[in-house]
Design a protein around this ligand. Structure first.
Ligand code: IMP
Length: 430
């Protein structure tokens, strides 16, 4: 029996959805442990398109326990919409198979307003958030005034907390941000209506996972975003508000760290980023445009164009350390098919010195220049390759170079969007 944690090793959008979907086959339970509906992936199964932001994609398979852990911030309206979206596509979200942690904190309408008002106030210095209220919801959690899923089951507690929260946030919205305020009655009534829909799904997720492991079942911990967006280990303050690294899989789902056996880092064969902040290998040229076009680099949640650049080994080495990666799934290799020469950033340069490790101060990272090594492109389509022997020598050399630079072996290789365009060189569950 083994449990696997899946994390992004760059700035998110590494193609985690496809690998999670693939590996769900070997898991009994899939649990989200951080983030909220800022994440998003699209699944196409037998011609049907499913867009999911909160519910693990295992929901479209029979008999998988799909869980939202305590570390996730949940917008109840977004969750209900997703349940309805699935129902419209013929997937009934069964309350025996889908559960959301009673300890998960809620994203309330004022969190969204605060998120948007703050970004507006920051002007040019904005983070470029998804505007979903993620940051303000996590702030309330840390401030110990957050409303949790369990509060939806107790009207008295819910009303008291809402009243307190609104007194504080309405004051800030009106007097500091000059933004719209919220009516207690309107939020109360709407949330209580949603509480009735969500009540059957609310459960102690940590306990369920504990039982599952005692019964010898396998768990897949599904991370969202990526290492460089981690609130502590990423490019702070241009980050999200949760810990995206593997250690949080335990904290955010209610199990101990010894339950995490294999940490699989999803790594795109090049680099992308959405939102503001440093990105040393960003390309503002025709190659950047090529990566964007061929890789369809547009956000699933916000529809924003992603910034594109060469593979950055400093970033992925940082991810290897902060996540304790066991192996990597290398994705979107096929996007590089047509390029004559590939560049890989092996280290940075600043004031004449060579920097091999991620600077802990992001303002230093802003001033770093990438040092590149060139590799020949393979100039042929990888889409039909079924095993490593089918790969052109240049493609194999590219993979070996990334393994050498990051110190992490590639266990899965993805060469196209379809499930069968994947080579599982080593199954992390076995
Ligand atoms: P927030 O998570 O909405 O607060 O946004 C903070 C930063 O994280 C912004 O730069 C977002 O673009 C980025 N971000 C949040 N979720 C994702 C994701 O799922 N993929 C990529 N970037 C994300």
């Amino acid at each position: 029996m083994s449990n696997v944690v899946i994390v992004g090793t760059q700035w998110g959008d590494e193609g985690k959805g496809k690998i999670v979907d693939l590996l769900t086959e070997f898991a009994d339970a899939v649990v989200r442990f951080q983030g909220g509906h800022n994440a998003g992936h699209t699944l196409v199964i037998q011609g049907k398109k499913y867009v999911l932001h909160l519910i693990p994609s295992g929901i479209v398979r029979a008999n998988k326990l799909c869980l939202i852990g305590n570390g996730v911030v949940v917008d109840p309206g977004a969750l209900i919409e997703e349940i309805q979206h699935l129902a419209e596509l013929g997937v009934a979200v069964n309350s025996n198979l889908f559960k959301v942690s009673a300890q998960a904190n809620l994203i309330m309408p004022y969190h969204r307003e605060l998120d948007i008002a703050r970004e507006k106030r920051k002007g040019k210095g904005k983070i470029g958030t998804t505007g979903r209220g993620i940051g303000p919801a996590y702030e309330d959690r840390a401030a110990r005034r957050g409303i949790r899923m369990s509060d939806l089951l107790n009207r008295q507690i819910f009303e008291a907390k809402l009243r307190d929260n609104l007194a504080y946030h309405n004051f800030m919205l009106e007097n500091f941000y000059n933004a719209a305020t919220f009516s207690f009655e309107a939020i109360r009534d709407e949330t209580m209506r949603m509480a009735a829909v969500l009540a059957p799904y609310i459960e102690d997720v940590g306990q369920l996972l504990h039982q599952a492991t005692r019964n010898g079942q396998c768990i897949l911990f599904e991370g969202a975003q990526g290492t460089m967006l981690d609130v502590e280990h990423g490019t702070y303050p241009f980050v999200t508000s949760s810990n995206t690294v593997a250690g949080n899989a335990a904290i955010g789902s209610g199990v101990g760290p010894t339950a995490l056996h294999h940490v699989l880092g999803i790594t795109k064969a090049y680099t992308t980023r959405v939102g503001s902040g440093p990105m040393p290998t960003e390309l503002n040229d025709s190659i950047g445009e090529h990566l964007s076009r061929v890789g369809h680099e547009v956000g699933a949640t916000t529809g924003r164009a992603r910034r594109c650049g060469w593979f950055d080994a400093v970033v992925v080495r940082h991810a290897a350390r902060t996540n304790g990666l066991t192996s990597m799934a290398l994705t979107k290799m096929d996007v590089l098919d047509e390029l004559e020469t590939l560049r890989v950033c092996v280290a940075y340069e600043r004031n004449g010195s060579r920097i091999k490790d991620m600077p802990s101060d992001p303002s230093v990272l802003e001033m770093c220049e990438p040092i590149y090594e060139n590799l020949p492109g393979w100039k042929t389509s990888l889409s039909q390759a079924k095993c490593l022997e089918d790969l052109p020598p240049e493609a194999l050399a590219y993979i070996r170079k990334l393994e050498e630079l990051t110190g992490v072996r590639v266990s899965i290789l993805s060469t196209g969007p379809d499930r069968d365009q994947t080579m599982v060189l080593e199954n992390p569950f076995l």
